[in-house]
Design a protein around this ligand. Structure first.
Ligand SMILES: [Zn+2]
Length: 60
């Protein structure tokens, strides 16, 4: 019962402690972003992301 056993283990982990996502730091200001650390490339917090969007919009 390999597959069933694996699923059971996952369920047990979820019930025990809530999976805590490690958030990546913002490359601009160092604040924690909404993105998990596993995300590749530059990550920005909502504020810096907004600023970046404004910059891009204006330079267009
Ligand atoms: Zn930021």
């Amino acid at each position: 019962m390999g597959t069933l056993d694996g699923m059971g283990a996952m369920e047990e982990t979820a019930a025990g402690t809530a999976p805590e996502t490690v958030h990546a730091d913002c490359v601009e200001c160092g604040e924690p972003t909404e993105y998990p650390e596993s995300v590749r490339g530059a990550t920005r917090c909502p504020v810096c992301e907004w600023h970046e969007a404004q910059r891009t919009a204006c330079s267009g």
